[in-house]
Design a protein around this ligand. Structure first.
Ligand SMILES: *[C@@H]1O[C@H](CO)[C@@H](O)[C@H](O)[C@H]1NC(C)=O
Ligand SMILES: *[C@@H]1O[C@H](CO)[C@@H](O)[C@H](O)[C@H]1NC(C)=O
Ligand SMILES: *[C@@H]1O[C@H](CO)[C@@H](O)[C@H](O)[C@H]1NC(C)=O
Ligand SMILES: *[C@@H]1O[C@H](CO)[C@@H](O)[C@H](O)[C@H]1NC(C)=O
Ligand SMILES: *[C@@H]1O[C@H](CO)[C@@H](O)[C@H](O)[C@H]1NC(C)=O
Length: 481
């Protein structure tokens, strides 16, 4: 039995005994819990949407919003879960986390999510809570470094400080948090190397370090993690090659995201063994060479993003049962046509093949399904013909980008899908008049074509229409009578 389990079991037993032997009314909040919670509330200086409005002295604290007590064993608070409302500008809390929270002796879960304006440093008083097993303090303003002795939280099962303002390097004592299944440090300002001590966290199923400023190489320590399902290291300053031991994650890894770093070298052959991989994002690095033939083996891949590297032909023919999103844009590919395995995918919703050396008539692209498409980006290729037929079939399309091609069609004939928000056709050979139907779109760019005639009334800026043959009317100059 794991330590966490044993300690939770003992907690249950203690609570049971105390509820049997104590005479105080079950419905009454334990004085320590009430004191701790009200102290937390008094550390909050602004609560414009009333997140804590039910927290009132003398009332049953187990019924306060965001508070849970252990079921069936009376009145000790075991869980605090407060959520800011992301859509509501007033759904936040300002203030600090009161150290009196450590009075809530039986606390197991602390979740302070999207509260947005909680300040202060890492709450080290949580060290005093012997049963605490999860800490999620996400999307607030906590700052300063993580404490050097963070290893004292060795009982934790999950630790997340995503989306705060923490700085400094990760303390080496992180290696003591060996029960951790989830570690999320993403969206802060952490610097330095990814600490080698993370190799001790052998039970990790989820590791997210993205959107920080980690530098140096990715440690070659992946033989440690036999449970890891998702690894996210995107948006850092990591250098060097993809480490060899990453291949040890092959049997179970479902998602690997290391985009927006400075990785060099080739994509290793070992990816062919990642039988469970559904998401692979290596975009915006400096990877070179070909995509390994072993990618044929990635039959489960749904999301593949290799955008903005320096990869060259030939691109392997994949055996995917269905890709959902694919982005190969801006490498050194000369794909010629849209690969068959892409065109035949039954569930694709996002296809991005900009700057991929595509050279075909758009009428010849006949995808097996057109129903799921949300986004098609074919910018900066040498595609000719007309998108009229494609747009007429993709009834749920939200964005179509095809700037910088050789499309040649009469704009008057275009049928705009109801769902369309973005239509970007700059730098083609589009002619005819601009139809009134574009006025419902969010973003339009028809600049540098051969359009003519009076513009319909729209809210689009002049840049959307510049460089055409004889367009007139607002926002361009008035038409001559
Ligand atoms: C966030 O909290 C700080 C300090 O508590 C306060 O000065 C500031 O007004 C708060 N910001 C918002 C958006 O309420
Ligand atoms: C790791 O997880 C396994 C299975 O859930 C559990 O038996 C083991 O005790 C855990 N190890 C640690 C250090 O928490
Ligand atoms: C494909 O996967 C199988 C295991 O399923 C493995 O034996 C084989 O080597 C892989 N092929 C490539 C090209 O990686
Ligand atoms: C648009 O689609 C409808 C039915 O799917 C078809 O009848 C019509 O001819 C198409 N129009 C164009 C311009 O492709
Ligand atoms: C574009 O199509 C419209 C309607 O079918 C037609 O009236 C117009 O003459 C065409 N414009 C050009 C330049 O071919």
């Amino acid at each position: 039995m794991s330590f966490v389990f044993v300690s939770r079991f003992l907690t249950l037993l203690l609570l049971l005994l105390s509820s049997v032997f104590s005479l105080h009314c079950l419905a009454k909040c334990h004085i320590d819990d009430e004191t701790g919670l009200l102290a937390f509330k008094s550390g909050i200086t602004q609560d414009p949407s009333g997140i804590l409005s039910s927290w009132k002295s003398g009332t049953e604290c187990c019924k306060w919003s965001g508070i849970s007590c252990l079921d069936g064993f009376g009145t000790r608070v075991t869980r605090i879960s407060l959520y800011g409302q992301v859509e509501n500008p007033k759904g936040f809390l300002s203030g600090t986390i009161s150290p009196s929270l450590s009075k809530i002796r039986y606390l197991i879960d602390l979740q302070l999510q999207n509260l947005r304006n909680i300040t202060g440093t890492f709450p080290i008083f949580l060290y005093n809570l012997p049963d605490l097993s999860t800490i999620y303090i996400e999307n607030s303003q906590l700052s300063g470094p993580l404490p050097d002795d963070i290893g004292k939280l060795f009982r934790l099962y999950a630790l997340s400080v995503s989306g705060n303002r923490f700085t400094g390097s990760i303390p080496s004592s992180i290696s003591q948090l060996t029960h951790l299944s989830q570690l999320k440090l993403d969206g802060n300002f952490f610097t330095g190397q990814i600490p080698d001590g993370i190799r001790q966290l052998k039970n990790l199923t989820y590791l997210n370090l993205e959107k920080n400023q980690f530098s140096g190489k990715i440690p070659d320590f992946f033989t440690s993690f036999s449970e890891l399902r998702a690894l996210t290291l995107s948006y850092n300053k990591l250098t060097g090659e993809l480490p060899p031991t990453l291949s040890a994650l092959a049997p179970q890894l479902g998602s690997l995201e290391i985009s927006h770093n400075l990785l060099t070298g080739k994509i290793p052959d070992y990816f062919g063994n990642f039988q469970r991989l559904d998401t692979l994002d290596l975009s915006s690095n400096q990877l070179t060479g070909t995509v390994p033939i072993s990618f044929k083996n990635l039959t489960k891949i749904f999301n593949l993003n290799l955008r903005r590297n320096r990869l060259v032909d030939p691109f392997p023919e994949l055996n995917v049962r269905g890709i959902e999103s694919l982005d190969l844009s801006y490498n050194k590919f000369n794909l010629g046509t849209i690969p068959k395995w892409v065109a035949t995918s039954p569930i694709i919703y996002s296809l991005k093949l900009s700057g991929c050396g595509l050279k075909f008539r758009l009428e010849d692209f006949e995808p097996t399904q057109t129903y799921f498409y949300d986004f098609i980006d074919l910018s900066d290729n040498q595609i000719s013909g007309s998108p009229v037929g494609l747009l007429n079939q993709t009834t749920l399309l939200k964005g179509f980008w095809a700037s910088g091609n050789q499309l040649r069609f009469n704009m008057s004939n275009i049928l705009i899908p109801k769902s369309l928000k973005n239509l970007v056709l700059a730098r083609n050979q589009v002619f005819g008049k601009v139809p009134q139907s574009i006025s419902g779109l969010k973003k339009v760019d028809l600049s540098h074509n051969h359009l003519c005639g009076q513009l319909p009334v729209t809210k689009f800026p002049v840049q959307a229409f510049l460089g055409n043959d004889c367009l007139c009317g607002s926002p361009l100059s008035p038409c001559k009578k």
